[in-house]
Design a protein around this ligand. Structure first.
Ligand SMILES: [Fe+2]
Ligand SMILES: [Fe+2]
Length: 261
């Protein structure tokens, strides 16, 4: 089974590049299941249900979440519904839903878990990520074919150790939230696929999908301003493909990076 995990889809530029890349990539690579980080889909903050439907029509099957997931309230009922393919972080107490769900792919049960790292920019209420995943793993059904854990956080050290902590216990641990990809996709010693950060989808010449004009004065002079969405092309698409053999063993993890003018 081939699983594609797409990094943070940053607003309309992110949706655009997904529409340009995903249908062909799915065909060429014979992808069976597509997961995407959804916390920035609607104007950078949260995901509206209408935008979720647009992405489903483009081929996204399942949506993980992060620190922005709770910012659009209409998603809350879907986060709580076990049959709706969207989750928020399992260790974020004010996020509706338990933070992990099953999805059936070609008759096989896949479990997707969303966990937030200890730091994600602003202070946010959360519980310990390692302690929370320890609570979740024993609850996952024995007949689960693959377990994909998304780790959404800032500290590179924590993103690395989260992979090693789960090595041999889950199929893959995919990091995001940085919007900048790392070049360390690998299979860890006990068989778990890992990448520290998968990167983002959206405007390339930007700071995480935000215009440089709005962000530089903030860093240089302490100007308090709002994020201005970067919409100029070229656009970037960042993802990983995790290939899982029929016995559940990970064959490979491959980084996909596309820049389109
Ligand atoms: Fe993000
Ligand atoms: Fe985030």
């Amino acid at each position: 089974m081939k699983i594609l995990y797409i990094g943070d889809i940053m607003a309309e530029p992110g949706i655009s590049i997904v529409s340009e890349v995903l249908p062909g990539l799915k065909r060429e690579q014979e992808i069976d299941f597509v997961v995407a980080q959804s916390e920035n889909v609607s104007n950078g903050k949260g995901m509206a249900v209408a935008d979720m439907k647009r992405l489903q029509l483009l081929g996204v099957d399942f949506f993980t979440g992060g620190n922005h997931t709770t910012e659009i309230e209409e998603l809350n009922s879907l986060l709580q519904n076990p049959d709706s393919p969207v989750i928020g972080p399992a260790n974020m107490p004010n996020c509706p839903g338990q933070g992990w769900k099953y999805h059936i792919v070609s008759g096989q049960k896949i479990c997707v878990v969303s966990i937030m790292g200890s730091k994600v920019g602003k202070e946010i209420e959360m519980t310990n990520p390692l302690q929370r995943i320890d609570q979740i793993l024993p609850q996952i059904d024995d007949d689960t074919f693959a377990t994909i854990v998304n780790f959404h956080g800032d500290y590179s050290s924590e993103k690395r150790i989260f992979g090693y902590y789960l090595d041999g216990k889950v199929t893959a641990v995919v990091g995001d939230h940085w919007h900048v990809s790392t070049s360390d996709a690998m299979i860890l010693p006990n068989g778990t696929a890992h990448i520290t950060d998968v990167g983002m989808c959206g405007s390339l010449h930007s700071s995480l999908g935000v215009t440089l004009d709005s962000v530089i004065p903030r860093w240089k002079d302490g100007v308090v301003n709002k994020n201005e969405l970067a919409t100029k092309r070229p656009y970037q698409f960042n993802a990983v493909i995790i290939d899982v053999a029929d016995d559940g063993v990970v064959n490979s993890i491959e980084q996909i990076q596309k820049i389109v003018d």
